[in-house]
Design a protein around this ligand. Structure first.
Ligand code: CO8
Length: 384
């Protein structure tokens, strides 16, 4: 007699967020530590160029300030993967020891840690997952894809690929995963965002040295039919890109550092922060309002906004335009103070840490914005 096979679950094609995961590096740098290191570097630089400065041929480097950083950005501290070399005024960048090809890469390692937590929280085993998207601002190598290494480390049978849409990588990843579910091409997709931003930040640039921090997040997007009973329905996703040079990093395989170009600032993160602020706020607020209208959601009824964490002032303005009043910390929580800007991971950290108190039926918005320009919205509703 033949053994009976378990009957396959009928899929719904409705994507939901089953769980999220977070990896936070153990080390962190306070504004005071950061500014002290920068100012020591400025002293060294100014001493080395004292003659040119005295002759009026060069400008001295001004000091950075703790007060400015907190007031301009809302950031008080950031986590990093390699603290001592970043703070050493003679180094001022992370030193991450090279690993052999048979060892797990550092980006994959922190991605796996976040992914394992998401799987655990969903009560899911890696064997249930069909795909891994590694969605982040910069990959540590060209290939093989970080996503495939994460897939291998977790023991997932399926497929994976990398995607980079700067700070919007995670929301673009969530929509891509949701589309696989909607099309019936996957039942369970991990969107992993390991962000080692400390490697592409110019720690010698006073205008931006305070902005970024390291972290990894993971979002498990699944068909509602197999999701745990407590989950978040994805009501709608929307993506937008508009080309801008105001946030740029020219590092790439076609312009490898030579002795002449070594350390040139354009091979690291550069931005026109003021322009970004002015141009992105209205673009994102309008995008949220348009998408809410399309979905038939009154934006003023949104229970919580988990916004991209780049600047506390930007979030205040966007939240005000969306909700119609000044948002409090409960309506638009910030993780900027302790994490800094973690690129694509920021809105996911906020969602991960600030959602358990919401009631079933509450509707909220995960929203990212950043280089490209790029922006993504994911409207979600709590179930169970
Ligand atoms: N200490 C003291 N003073 C300072 C400092 C400092 N560290 N830095 C600047 N100042 C001074 C300036 O010299 C200037 O002085 P003055 O008026 O005399 O010329 C004054 O402060 C004002 O400077 P700004 O105009 O630059 O200051 P803002 O008030 O505009 O604040 C911010 C600067 C915080 C950068 C703000 O403009 C901002 O947050 N803008 C938006 C940034 C943003 O959202 N960027 C998106 C980046 S995320 C992304 O998509 C990138 C993805 C890639 C990730 C890679 C990671 C490395």
């Amino acid at each position: 007699m033949q053994e009976s096979q378990p009957s396959p679950i009928a899929l719904t094609g409705r994507p939901v967020i089953s769980a999220t995961g977070l990896f936070t590096p153990a080390e962190s740098i306070s504004n005071a530590e950061l500014v002290s290191s920068f100012n020591a570097f400025a002293d060294r630089h100014n001493a080395a160029h004292a003659e040119a400065i005295a002759a009026g041929e060069a400008e001295p480097l001004p000091y950075s300030s703790v007060e400015f950083i907190e007031k301009a950005s809302g950031i008080k501290s950031r986590h990093v993967m390699s603290k001592a070399p970043i703070l050493d005024p003679g180094t001022m960048c992370p030193r991450l020891p090279e690993r052999g090809n048979d060892e797990l890469s550092i980006m994959a390692e922190i991605g796996v840690a976040a992914a394992r937590q998401a799987l655990e929280r969903a009560g899911r085993s890696p064997q249930d997952v069909d795909a891994v998207l590694c969605a982040a601002s910069n990959m540590q190598r060209a290939y093989p894809a970080m996503a495939i290494e994460i897939q291998q480390a977790l023991g997932i049978d399926g497929f994976g690929f990398d995607m980079n849409v700067a700070c919007s990588s995670a929301t673009f990843g969530i929509q891509t995963a949701a589309d696989y579910i909607r099309a019936g091409n996957a039942r369970s997709v991990l969107v992993v965002s390991p962000e080692i931003t400390s490697g592409h930040l110019n720690w010698r640039d006073r205008d931006s040295h305070f902005i970024f921090g390291d972290v990894a997040t993971a979002v498990l997007v699944e068909d509602a039919a197999i999701a745990p009973s407590a989950h978040w329905d994805i009501l709608g996703t929307k993506l937008k890109t508009v080309f801008s040079n105001n946030i740029r990093n020219n590092f790439g395989f076609l312009n490898r550092a030579t002795p002449e170009t070594e350390g040139t600032p354009d091979k690291l993160f550069v931005q026109e922060g003021r322009k970004v602020f002015k141009e992105v706020v209205p673009m994102v607020a309008q995008m949220i309002l348009d998408e809410a209208k399309r979905l038939g959601i009154d934006p003023q009824t949104l229970r919580r906004l988990w916004l991209h964490q780049a600047n506390a002032g930007m979030n205040r303005l966007i939240a005000h335009k969306v909700l119609g009043h000044e948002a409090n910390e409960d309506e638009s929580p910030t993780v900027l103070d302790t994490y800094g800007n973690t690129s694509s991971a920021g809105s996911i950290i906020a969602f991960h840490q600030h959602r358990d108190d919401l009631a079933a039926g509450d509707t909220g918005l995960i929203c990212s914005f950043g280089a490209g320009y790029s922006a993504g919205t994911v409207f979600v509703r709590k179930i169970g």
